[in-house]
Ligand binder design. Sequence first.
Ligand code: MG
Length: 362
Amino acid sequence: MMESSGRKIIHVDMDAFFASVEQRDAPALRGKPVAVGHEAARGVVAAASYEARKFGVRSALPSVTALRRCPDLIFVPPRFAVYKEVSRQIHAIFAEYTDLIQPLSLDEAYLDVTANRRDLPTAWATAKEIRARILEETGLTASAGVSYNKFLAKLASDQRKPNGQFAVTPDMGAAWVETLPVSRFHGVGPVTAAKMRRLGIETGADLRDKPLEFLQANFGSSADWYFAIARGIDHRPVNPNRERKSSGSETTFDRDLTLDAEIEAGVLGQADDVWGWCERMQGFGRTVTVKVKYGDFQQITRSRSHSSVVDSRALLREASLMLIRSVLPTQRGIRLVGVTVSNFEHREPRTETLPLFDEAVV
Ligand SMILES: [Mg+2]
């Protein structure tokens, strides 16, 4: 089962990115609990400084709740133009080491340094040098994970945060994965994690113990992925400069649905998923498409292009609901729903609804 590709992958992740940029530029904020976001009634925390995280303040938390947890919390409105400039700087540094760079968001990227431009002896040394360069040029710290595939490198970058790095070598990868909670795995969101818990799967070891047939019966097309990552296996290449033309998310229900409320809830869940991606990538589209697959596998799509980009979670939810409602009520059971955003333009989202920006809480 050991992967023997001999690849060297680094996942670089800036530490508490937006909040660190604000603390860098305003010395009065240093050492203080800072939340990037708006304090307004419906505001949401976009990013939290490490001082704020000690109080349980994290991204996607409503501002009201954040203030209750940390009364001294200082709110700072986001400055996307500055974050984008720093993002451009760190990508210029990456490009000095490899062409194989795959950005995941403004502050995170995979680098394939199997053949690196500087002829550094190891990926570990390369990661160290890149982090030092980032600190020197931006005044900000980054953490890095070094491993033989993307799945492990991303997990590893969380391990020594902030301002640290961690390597997962081929001889330790599978055993290390077994010790981790599945909720940390890429592709296991809160809903899947809860489902896994109901099935008795809490750790990588629990996941590894489940036969492929069991995973297929419970997780459909995701079974192969879960089976592989439970063994530390991930063959996905680092995809450089991948220009996404669209972003979509779909879900297959446990059973075919006919109730409007259940179907609409499914669509809203997918809209939220897609919105999370739009925010992380700062990519916003004008066209929203809802896909429906019936129990008999017949598939239809409903689509609408807006005059300007869909730039808030509320708008995307509203557009998705309108589209699904055009096929409701239904007598035929619905097996799957999906939401896709396309026709991208680059612009900043409305700031009143800004969750899910920063990295997972350490
Ligand atoms: Mg980060």
